[in-house]
Write a protein that binds this ligand. Structure first.
Ligand code: ATP
Length: 212
């Protein structure tokens, strides 16, 4: 199965894009959801996190207190690396398992931090959802109710737009309205299906070559 790695900065529109692929019947494997599965109570990763960060990172029901852990590692690069050492190998293994079990012509593997984690070896092609930073900030403020300064802080902690675009085989430009995504996703779907050729006249596709 061809694996398309979908990435983009916070609020760029990854979910809006993956929802549209899902509506076309494309299987979506979301590494954020895999990470959640892996820290469910009883999972070895949760035990490792508690051993590493202490029982304070659990809530009163014994579930991972995500916001608390996130806050702790945000300003602590060494702590973040320890958390990644617990989670990333398990996310990779579970993603591979799901990919191998798939029967569709291609799937979307959503990896928000693709540029930061170097998980590019899991994917055949990289699809970047790109939006102007001011737009990302506006969307995150509207969706999450965070202050502008906080939204800028999150953006600054992520890979830059340029770093992400450097990895792109294809790009979805999400600077317009949501309806503008439909056409781009439909074009990409044709592009990724076996036997189809990229349409070089379509301004939304920046593919240099088809994978077959
Ligand atoms: P995150 O990294 O935080 O998970 P994301 O990249 O998945 O974010 P979305 O959740 O798809 O981004 O979009 C962020 C918010 O912006 C959502 O509320 C979404 O509905 C809205 N949004 C996305 N694209 C557009 C658009 N083109 N026009 C208007 N609103 C949009």
């Amino acid at each position: 199965m061809l694996v398309i790695g979908l990435t983009g900065g916070i609020g760029s529109g990854k979910t809006a894009v993956s929802d549209r692929f899902a509506r076309l019947g494309v299987p979506i494997i979301d590494t954020d959801l895999l990470a959640r599965e892996l820290v469910e109570p009883g999972q070895p990763a949760l035990a490792d996190i508690v051993a590493e960060f202490g029982p304070d990172c659990l809530d009163s029901e014994g579930r991972l207190h995500r916001a608390c852990l996130r806050e702790r590692v945000f300003a602590d690069p060494a702590g973040r690396r320890r958390l990644e050492a617990i989670l990333h190998p398990r996310i990779r293994a579970l993603a591979r398992e799901r990919i191998v079990g798939g029967t569709a012509p291609y799937c979307l593997l959503v990896i928000p931090l693709l540029a930061e984690t170097g998980m590019t070896d899991l994917v055949d092609r990289v699809l970047v959802v790109d939006a102007p930073e001011a737009e990302q900030v506006r969307r995150v403020m509207a969706r999450d109710g965070v202050a502008e300064e906080q939204a800028h802080r999150i953006l600054a902690a992520q890979a830059s737009r340029r770093q992400r675009l450097a990895l792109a085989d294809e790009i979805v430009e999400n600077a317009g309205d949501l309806a503008a995504l439909d056409h781009q996703v439909a074009t990409l779907h044709r592009h990724y299906l076996p036997g189809c050729c990229p349409d070089p006249t379509d301004g939304h596709l920046t593919a240099t070559a088809a994978p077959w």
